[in-house]
Structure formats: structure tokens, C-alpha cells
Design a binder for this molecule. Structure first.
Ligand code: DNO
Length: 343
């Protein structure tokens, strides 16, 4: 396993030169942020990004994410066009020598939280999710927008999209994921890229929209749709871990051969379908990060890992979940566990 760090490009207050100073970080997780879902990434731009990262002494290890256009998820009439365009981006990623590509299949909204700056008792601030608050929220009212979401829709488009998803339900969403994978996995194999689906975060329906990548059963179904190492998983401990029945070390062992990318994050479950994000240390949250890294050691995981979200500490401002300090601390905790487990 080797340590990587997410970087949001030139706009990111966390610069590559700062990331370089974190011991043990070898790789960068990045994307082309100026392309909308459905637009193909030109090879030249991916190569430029790779060069920029290499100039800072780091490797471009993972693309996170190439967004999947809603027409693909909805199985709309234009899906083949958008799948072709996604494959063009995938090929560019492969030609640039980046071996892992993360994506998700969440309808409309990527990760969702009710609170971007929950004050924790120690004075730090963290992302939090409260089902009761979410139930009272109407995404068609107000400015529901989270940093990190790649797509933003006008209110009218959002209303139309949400209505279409409510019509199709989760079984059709599975079929559409199957159709997508059947088309893209052979292209990924050819391009030498492992796809890594990110689980739904949180792993249950939000705003009445179906969510399907939520537990071990869904991963079993996912890997069986197309039997190939390129049909891989981004095993995100914080996303799956919000459901107490998801035992992350057990999942790591079961899906060992399909894990292409590890996200390590801790959360503190505060009630049913409610949690706040905590520091990576096992002692600060509900997840046993020590056992998680031990499971990666047991399966001999050789792929990239990144400290997922961090809290905002020491007065840092910036992109919620993606400040420098707490993620850097988390990376050192992970690095220590890696060393202790011979990873
Ligand atoms: C949140 C991230 C997600 C992830 C996408 C992958 O911080 O883990 O936004 O990048 O779901 O497509």
C-alpha cells in the first residue's frame, strides 16, 4: 500500500509543494476539474497535469473522478454517446500512465452532509450528517451545494432529474450500472486502468433518490456484473462505515482482489443514520482504523490509499473536508500503522 493525497489543482490552497513535505506521500489523486460531466478529457491536458505533479516530485497515481453523466445513470436515450465520451477520458487516463480511475454511480448528488462545519468539543470543525435534518431539507429550495460535488444543476434541471430517478428506482439503476460496466470495463482492461467505484456516501437513499452501492451484498452484485480486475472498488471506510453492519475489515478480506483504491476515514456514529467525521485515530471515532490497516496488510494490498476527509483544525479555513492539517495528521497515523504491519 502506498500513500497518496488528494489535490484540487491550481485553485487548491493546499499546494503540491506542501503536500510534498508530508512524509511518505508518494502519489497525487487529482482530476481535470474544468470539464463538465459528459465532456471527454483530452490526452494533452492529462499529460500536462501529470507533468505538473511530477515537477513537484510526486506521481499522478489516481484519477478521482471522471464523472458519470446522469443520462448514463438514468439509462436515457443519449447514454451511448456519453459512455463513448467517458471511454475517451478513460483512454486518455490510461495513455498518461495513471493506473486507477475512481467514479461513482450516485444519482444527482455525490456525497451529502447536513452540516459542513459542525463544532466538535475540541474546537475543531467537521462534516456531519443528521438524518433528521436531511429529512427536513428540500434540495429544490435554498442553496444546497457541497464542495467536492462536480456537477451543479439549475433548480429546474434538478427537479426534472429527481423526478426521473424516482420513476426508475434502484433495480433499473442497477441495470444501468451493468450496461455501463459492460461497455467500459473492456476498454479499461485495454487501457491498463483499474476502475474503482466509490460507494454511495452515505450508504442509504437520500432525498428519496435510490442509492445502490451500500454494503457487501451490493459489492457482490457489482463484481459479478463483469468479472475482471478492472471492474474494481474504491473501498471507502467512512462511507461504508456509516452503517454499523458494514464491517470494514471483513469487506477488505472478501473483496481483496477487487480493491483498486483505499480511502481511509473515521467517523463517529451519533445515532441512527447520523454521524460526524472524526480524526483518523481509532480512539476518536466508531471505526477501528488499526484493524482496517491490518486487514490491508493481510491481503497484501499494493495499491494507493489516501487519508480521506479531515476536520478543520488550528484555525484552517478552506474546502470543508479537504484542509491540509488534519489530513496530514491522518496520513501519518496511517503511515505508522503501515510500517507496524509491514505494508
Ligand atoms: C468525497 C469523495 C467523493 C468521491 C466521488 C468519487 O470527498 O470521496 O466525492 O470523490 O464520489 O466519484
Amino acid at each position: 500500500m502506498y500513500l497518496t493525497f488528494r489535490w484540487y489543482g491550481k485553485q487548491d490552497p493546499v499546494t503540491l509543494s506542501r503536500i510534498r513535505q508530508i512524509p511518505g506521500v508518494k502519489g497525487i489523486v487529482a482530476a481535470l476539474y474544468d470539464y463538465k460531466p459528459g465532456e471527454a478529457w483530452p490526452l494533452q491536458r492529462v499529460l500536462e497535469l501529470k507533468e505538473e505533479i511530477a515537477a513537484a516530485g510526486l506521481d499522478f497515481s489516481v484519477v478521482e473522478s471522471v464523472p458519470v453523466h446522469e443520462e448514463i445513470k438514468l439509462g436515457g436515450p443519449e447514454r451511448d454517446y456519453f459512455i463513448e465520451s467517458w471511454i475517451a477520458s478513460l483512454k486518455a487516463v490510461g495513455r498518461a500512465g495513471v493506473g486507477v480511475l475512481t467514479y461513482n454511480f450516485m444519482p444527482v448528488f455525490d456525497w451529502t452532509r447536513s452540516d459542513l462545519r459542525r463544532a466538535l468539543p475540541d474546537g475543531s470543525r467537521a462534516l456531519a450528517y443528521d438524518e433528521a435534518v436531511i429529512e427536513r431539507m428540500d434540495p429544490l429550495e435554498g442553496d444546497l451545494e457541497l464542495p467536492g460535488w462536480l456537477a451543479h444543476y439549475s433548480r429546474a434541471d434538478l427537479a426534472r432529474l429527481m423526478a426521473r430517478y424516482r420513476e426508475i428506482g434502484s433495480e433499473r439503476l442497477w441495470e444501468n450500472l451493468g450496461y455501463f460496466l459492460t461497455a467500459v470495463v473492456p476498454a479499461a482492461e485495454e487501457a491498463g486502468v483499474r476502475l474503482a467505484i466509490h460507494p454511495d456516501d452515505p450508504p442509504w437513499p437520500v432525498f428519496g433518490l435510490p442509492r445502490i452501492v451500500v454494503d457487501s451484498n451490493s459489492l457482490r452484485r457489482l463484481v459479478s456484473v463483469v468479472d475482471s480486475p478492472s471492474n474494481g472498488i474504491c473501498l471507502c471506510s467512512g462511507s461504508f462505515g456509516a452503517l454499523p453492519e458494514n464491517d470494514i475489515p471483513t469487506m477488505i478480506r472478501e473483496f481483496a482482489s477487487r480493491i483498486a483504491f483505499a480511502h481511509i476515514r473515521n467517523i463517529r456514529i451519533t445515532g441512527p443514520r447520523s454521524f460526524e467525521e472524526s480524526a483518523h485515530w481509532s480512539g476518536s471515532g466508531s471505526l477501528d482504523i488499526t484493524a482496517i490497516v491490518r486487514a490491508y496488510a493481510e491481503i497484501g494490498f499494493r495499491g494507493p490509499v489516501r487519508p480521506d476527509h479531515g476536520r478543520m483544525i488550528w484555525g484552517e479555513e478552506g474546502r470543508p473536508g479537504y484542509g491540509l492539517y488534519d489530513r496530514a495528521l491522518g496520513s501519518q497515523y496511517i503511515l505508522g500503522l503501515m510500517d507496524a504491519n509491514g505494508l
